[in-house]
Write a protein that binds this ligand. Structure first.
Ligand SMILES: [Zn+2]
Length: 400
């Protein structure tokens, strides 16, 4: 296995007087101790150990976002933005690990990958960035994108993009109906990339071929999938979404803002998929987390209207169509509880444990030996601290 570069100095820390969410979903009173950036002990630290007293606040695993294009005033599409400023804004919204997700013409994406890897010393300076995602170019339908963002599958293009990613491309979206899709999925899986079924109107048979080749994720389930056509009058048509709901080998992403996916579809997906089979993502864009208003998106994506975290980023010049969401990870987590009526344990599983397991990260749960990526939340679920590898990278007090 390829050795990953060391990304942090590894601090020690301790937390006391917390309510700690354990992997089984139990909430226990106590504390924890971090050594070498990992959780070393669970339980109240002894009195002599200097510790952060959180006065009864919740401590949960940090949130992991597999699908994000931007947040606040930053965007992966802008040549003026750094991953460092992206990561800082993510930290303030509870994200401890994320995959900046590219969508654009091949040459532009290669330029962004080169620039970000050079600026961060191959990601060493941004421990929250655990890899990259390519949503384009291998798509059959553009969604909010443009046709120049798409390209036919070719082994040369795949090789060039993988090389530009320096081993850090970890998720790659593919429409199963494109010529060469199963072979490309097999190649990417061999390179350690998780392939995701995306932006498609493929047949069930084509999806089965993609999954047999190794695809293990579905990109924003329900969004950019087409409704099946009734072929036998009076018979309920069965389509791709119905199949993916009961195909246990693939996990389904859900944009949990209530706009991209109505609440009853979220409930349906929860009832259909196994425990590890749903992952909340934001698909956030420039503007997520900003106050309501009109904003200019970078790199010619046009003017957008933001009307709060749950209403999406809407392109004014393109009939108010959606271009990703205005959701931040902590908003999605809280929506799971307040909008979709699940408990903290379920919300945490969908935002932390499930994405960590799919991507093979040593994160996503509070257990001995796991990376100490944690959030401290008030009883009202306000974010008080974000901790990555045992280091506090966001504190609400320092903002007040
Ligand atoms: Zn996206």
């Amino acid at each position: 296995m390829k050795k990953q570069p060391m990304k942090t100095s590894l601090p020690a820390m301790a937390i006391r007087n917390a309510k700690i969410l354990l992997p089984g979903g139990q909430m226990v009173a106590g504390g924890l101790t971090v050594e070498q950036g990992r959780i070393a002990r669970i339980g109240q630290p002894n009195r002599k150990t200097p510790a952060l007293d959180v006065q009864g606040a919740y401590v949960i695993p940090g949130l992991i976002d597999l699908h994000t294009h931007g947040i606040g005033y930053t965007s992966v599409f802008s040549i003026n933005d750094t991953l460092q400023s992206y990561a800082e804004q993510e930290a303030a919204r509870g994200t401890t690990a994320f995959y900046p997700s590219f969508f654009g013409p091949v040459e532009e994406t290669i330029g962004h990958l080169n620039r970000h890897l050079a600026e961060t010393d191959n990601l060493r300076t941004v421990p929250q960035v655990v890899g990259f995602r390519l949503e384009s170019p291998y798509l059959a339908r553009t969604g909010a994108g443009r046709s120049k963002d798409l390209a036919p599958i070719s082994s040369t293009t795949t090789r060039r993009l993988l090389r530009a990613g320096g081993g850090w491309i970890k998720i790659w979206d593919i429409s199963p109906e494109l010529p060469g899709a199963p072979a490309a999925i097999r190649t990417l899986c061999r390179s350690g990339v998780v392939c995701s079924i995306a932006h498609t109107q493929c047949t069930v048979k084509q999806a089965q071929a993609a999954i047999a080749a190794g695809a293990r994720l579905v990109t924003h389930m329900f969004d950019t999938f087409v409704m099946p056509i009734e072929t036998d009058p009076g018979v309920y048509p069965a389509g791709l979404v119905d199949y993916l709901l009961v195909e246990d080998r693939v996990a389904c992403e859900i944009i949990a803002d209530g706009t991209h996916v109505p609440a009853f579809h979220v409930e349906k997906t929860l009832r259909c998929k196994p425990a590890g089979g749903i992952i909340l993502v934001t698909d956030s864009n420039f503007g997520a987390g900003l106050p309501p208003g009109e904003y200019d998106l970078p790199q010619g994506w046009g003017r957008a209207k933001i009307a709060g975290p749950n209403n999406g980023v809407r392109l004014i010049d393109r009939d108010m169509g959606l271009a990703g969401s205005a959701l931040t990870p902590i908003d999605g987590f809280r929506n799971m509880i307040r909008m979709f009526h699940k408990d903290i344990a379920v919300a945490s599983r969908l935002c932390s444990a499930n994405p960590a397991r799919l991507l093979g990260l040593n994160k996503g749960e509070i257990a001995i030996g796991r990376d100490a990526d944690l959030l401290v939340l008030s009883p009202k679920l306000d974010l008080l601290y974000t901790v990555v590898g045992g280091k506090i990278i966001f504190s609400r007090q320092s903002q007040d």
